[in-house]
Design a protein. Structure first.
Length: 288
């Protein structure tokens, strides 16, 4: 089985924050609003983790706008998608990983249509083996199921111990690195000049840029899962090894405890479930 390298999309593969600033500048300019308010928008945006409706409602209140919310949302989506860009160095890094025999995938939280448009517009669709977007599967990072589904869509046999040869690269600690940790795969955090913000978990590595992250993963390889007694990984320039992940613990469920879940058959296949596969979104009771 070829090793798997998963990537976050926004601010990892593509510069989403730069596209957002471009939209905010256009929003202000088109409405003859103070250009100095650009910082207000970027602060409120929280790197894309504030709901768009909340952001636009705050702007409506701030400037006394009477525009329809749906029209502003459509303008936002179209503008950000048109401005999105994947640097040539990022595309080259993905090509190098593919040439080295790695399977590549994208795991993105966000709206299906917009995230897919970014992937296709930037040429990433031709360089990866598959992707999964949270809205389309009703499952978001850091839920470990979305990583398993991404592996499945990339053609990985998820009935095996696929996590032993897998890495995740991302910029957002709670979604990307915590998600990789609970999924049992190694991770690279793109620091973007920031200090690591969490105390309960850490990435396997840190990197200053996506090309550095990919180079470090290719050098480290995939044959050994990190653990308390595992070997140290080779340090690449700009990559500092962090404390290694613990092996993923086995999940134990009380068979007398009923869990009510909305199960999608695609998740069943990806997770290697052997119980009866229900119809899409059928409410079922499962144990284990």
């Amino acid at each position: 089985m070829s090793p798997l390298l998963l990537f976050d999309l926004d601010n990892t593969l593509v510069n989403r924050n730069l596209a957002f600033r471009g939209w905010a500048e256009q929003f202000l300019g088109d409405r003859s609003l103070p250009p100095g308010d650009l910082d207000w928008f970027t602060t409120l945006d929280c790197g894309g983790y504030l709901d768009r409706r909340v952001l636009l409602r705050a702007a409506t209140d701030r400037y006394g706008l009477s525009e329809r919310m749906e029209a502003m949302l459509e303008e936002y989506r179209a503008t950000v998608t048109a401005l999105i860009h994947c640097p040539t160095a990022h595309l080259d890094a993905l090509r190098a990983a593919r040439a080295a025999g790695w399977t590549l995938g994208i795991v993105s939280n966000g709206a299906t249509d917009q995230q897919r448009a970014k992937i296709e517009r930037t040429g990433l669709a031709d360089l990866v083996d598959g992707w999964v977007i949270s809205e389309e599967v009703d499952c978001a990072k850091p839920d470990p199921r979305i990583f398993t589904l991404a592996a499945f869509r990339c053609g990985i046999d998820t009935g095996t111990d696929w996590t032993a040869g897998a890495w995740m690269v991302g910029d957002h600690a709670p979604a990307d690195i915590a998600g990789a940790t609970v999924a049992g795969i190694r991770s690279v955090w793109l620091a973007h000049g920031r200090a690591w913000p969490e105390t309960g978990y850490t990435p396997t590595r840190t990197a200053r840029s996506l090309p550095e992250a990919v180079a470090g993963v290719l050098a480290a390889g995939s044959s050994t899962r990190p653990g308390p007694r595992g070997p140290e990984l080779t340090t690449q320039p700009g990559l500092q090894p962090e404390p290694q992940l613990n092996p993923r613990p086995e999940t134990e469920l009380n068979l007398d405890t009923e869990l009510n879940l909305d199960i999608d058959p695609e998740f069943d296949r990806a997770l290697g479930r052997t119980h009866r596969v229900p119809r899409p979104y059928e409410r079922v009771t499962v144990a284990g």
